[in-house]
Design a protein around this ligand. Sequence first.
Ligand code: NAD
Ligand code: USQ
Length: 394
Amino acid sequence: MKVIVFGGDGFCGWPTALGLSNVGHEVVIVDNLSRRKIDIDLGVESLTPIATIDDRLHAWKEITGKTIRFFQLDIAEEYHLLRELMRNEAPDAIVHFAEQRSAPYSMKTSETKRYTVSNNVNATHNILCAIVDLKLKTHVIHLGTMGVYGYGGQDSAMIPEGYLDVMVPTDGDYVPRRILHPVDPGSVYHLTKTLDQLVFYYYNKNDGVLITDLHQGVVWGTNTDLTALDQRLINRFDYDGDYGTVLNRFLMQAAIGYPLSIHGTGGQKRAFIHIRDTVKCIQIALESPPDKGERVRIFNQMTETYRVRDLAKRVQEMTGAEISYLENPRKEAAENELVVDNKCLLELGLSPTYLDKGLLEEIVDVAKRWRERCDVKRIPCVSLWTSSEGKTTK
Ligand code: NAD
Ligand code: USQ
């Protein structure tokens, strides 16, 4: 199939582009390189030394003989160029990663809030608008987030894959309805993903666009077998207080002897998935598209749930790292339960990389190997959810 990977220079997009190219799909990457620019603005670099996009693509060609084409384009701002590209390429499918994806970055200032909303919502809407305008049959695969649901609350009710069956009181009786699961965003970034959901709902209902929305958990790990083939293909590893996600931060902190930074009590339970499984899930979604006329297909793309403090203890057992309990800079429940239905991708063939298998490899091959590149000043999370967060709660 011909596939455009929007955001294909990013943490999830790059290994996905290689994975799809490797199995024979024709891959085109579109990215405005805004993520690299944000690193420069924040004065931080990926722990791993990532090559330029040109060097990455040359290396891929040299090693495998396969070509991935690249277009530098802002899909939120440059609609007419996006439309032209979609018209020329007429892809069978697109994979949409091209959004600002950090919750802390989205909460930093009014400027980063506004950028996140306009970038993410316009990027998503522009893709759908172009598909309808050009009468394309393109399957849209989007990376959403588990955070659209909130995180399960205090009971163990299972979070379904996108839709909830409810009974609506009517004339003294009840009628069944299947509705989108109510949303409960916990940051401006997560808010944009809930808005994306409505955009998808509308374009699917009105124009019959085929859409798979993958509600993904926190991604951990760095490399896949393909990004490990050559140093020029290495994937990014974010560890800073804005873009570093919790488990990768703990692994890097353990590698440099920095106390593991638990926010609050660490009772927050979250869903996780290894980067290798991200790539596999997208291939599965691509190769088994929804049927014509099917409503937006939503899969929960996660494989395990853990409490933050249990992750820290796990890393501590393996490395002897110290743990520190910090005041939480975020506004989030101190403790929550999280039970997630994820059978759709498992039934379609996903065979997960669980924490037990991948953790040690990640500490040795990545965090310890590149620890000299860490700038300790960039580790603290300094983005506050409200002006009172980080000063009062524990
Ligand atoms: P990333 O920031 O590393 O990659 C996103 C890429 O999109 C970057 O290369 C960036 O330059 C590009 N981009 C952003 N806006 C663009 C625009 N307007 N035009 C063109 N390119 C643009 O993020 P990631 O970690 O790879 O995440 C990819 C997607 O997966 C995001 O939508 C994110 O919300 C979702 N997701 C990520 C995680 C995670 O843990 N990393 C978990 C769940 C969901
Ligand atoms: N946390 C710590 N210590 C840290 C960093 C984070 O305790 O040093 C805690 C946070 O307070 C939060 C949890 O760990 O309770 C997860 O934080 P995170 O930064 O790992 O993940 P999050 O902000 O939720 O965002 C990440 C990705 C985002 C994706 C989301 C999936 O950046 O793109 O959508 O994971 S999910 O969390 O399932 O919504």
